[in-house]
Design a protein around this ligand. Structure first.
Ligand code: SF4
Ligand code: FES
Length: 254
C-alpha cells in the first residue's frame, strides 16, 4: 500500500478514568487513502511505540462493521463523516492530504472513559441482560421457529431493528445522552415477533428501568441518533418502544 497523505491528528489522551485528559497533536505521514481509519491509527501507534511513546488506546474487534466496538468521534461526528458506516469501515480517502482530524472518545454520562478513546460500554450489556432476550424451552420438544408464521412486513422490521450493533453512537451523539434508539431497537426486534410476546411486558419495563439507572438521559425527539447511527436504525423504533411501555403499564381490569 503506497502512502501519500500527511495528516495533523488531534487526539484525546487520558491516562485513566480519574485523569483529566487533553487533546494532543500528532503529525503523521505515509498514510494511504486505501487504509481504513483504524489502520491509520495502527500506523500512528507503530510510530509511537518505535519512538518510546504510549500508543493510543482504542476499542476494535471485527473491523467489518459487526461488533460495534470502534467507538470514536471523528471531527465531531460519531463514526466520522460518512453515513451508515462504522469507524472501521471508514477509509482515509474520505479525507484530504493536509487535513487536521480531531479524534475523541464517546462522551456520555453512561460511558465513562477507561483510557484515551476507549470507554466502558458495560451499561449497554446490563440493559441487554435486563430483558434483551427470549426464554426458550430446550427440553427437546422445542417448536421449530420456522413453524411459526410471521407476516413479512413484521419480519422485515424486526430484522432491521436487530441490525443494531450496540455501538453507542446514538447515546454519545444525543445532546441528552439518551440511549433510547439502542434500547428501542432491542425491544422492537422481539416485540415484532410472536416469540417475543410472552415476556414483552417485563422486557420493556426492565430494560427502560435499567436504562434510567445507568444515567442515560431522556429522548426529546431531536433525531441526531438516527442520523449518526451506522446501521440506520429508525426513530420509528422509539415510538414503538413508547407504545410497548405504555401498554405494559396498563393494568388489566378485574
Ligand atoms: S441504535 Fe445505532 S447508534 Fe445506537 S447502538 Fe444501535 S447501531 Fe449503534
Ligand atoms: S471494529 Fe467491529 S464494528 Fe468496527
Amino acid at each position: 500500500m503506497e502512502g501519500n497523505m500527511n495528516l495533523k491528528l488531534k487526539i484525546w489522551r487520558q491516562k485513566s478514568a480519574s485523569d483529566k485528559g487533553a487533546m494532543k497533536d500528532y503529525q503523521l505521514g505515509g498514510v494511504s487513502p486505501d487504509m481504513s481509519f483504524l489502520e491509520m491509527i495502527d500506523v500512528l501507534n507503530d510510530k509511537l511505540i518505535r519512538e518510546g511513546d504510549d500508543p493510543v488506546t482504542f476499542d476494535h474487534d471485527c473491523r467489518e462493521g459487526i461488533c460495534g466496538m470502534c467507538s470514536m468521534f471523528i471531527n465531531g461526528e460519531a463514526h466520522g463523516p460518512n453515513r451508515g458506516v462504522t469507524t472501521c469501515q471508514l477509509h482515509m480517502r474520505s479525507f484530504n492530504d493536509g487535513d487536521t482530524i480531531y479524534i475523541e472518545p464517546w462522551r456520555a454520562a453512561g460511558f465513562p472513559v477507561i483510557k484515551d478513546l476507549m470507554v466502558d460500554r458495560g451499561a449497554f450489556d446490563r440493559i441487554q441482560q435486563a430483558g434483551g432476550f427470549i426464554s426458550v424451552n430446550t427440553s427437546g420438544r422445542t417448536l421449530d421457529a420456522n413453524a411459526i408464521p410471521v407476516p413479512k412486513e413484521d419480519a422485515d422490521k424486526a430484522f432491521s431493528a436487530a441490525t443494531c450493533i450496540g455501538c453507542g453512537a446514538c447515546a454519545a451523539t444525543c445532546p441528552n445522552g439518551s440511549a433510547m434508539l439502542f434500547v428501542s431497537a432491542k425491544v422492537s426486534q422481539f416485540a415484532l415477533l410472536p416469540q417475543g410476546h410472552p415476556e414483552r411486558k417485563e422486557r420493556v419495563l426492565n430494560m427502560v428501568k435499567q436504562m434510567d439507572e445507568e444515567g442515560f438521559g431522556n429522548c426529546s425527539n431531536i433525531g441526531a441518533c438516527e442520523v449518526q447511527c451506522p446501521k440506520n436504525i429508525s426513530l420509528e423504533n422509539i415510538a414503538r418502544m413508547n407504545r410497548e411501555y405504555l401498554m405494559a403499564n396498563v393494568k388489566p381490569e378485574n
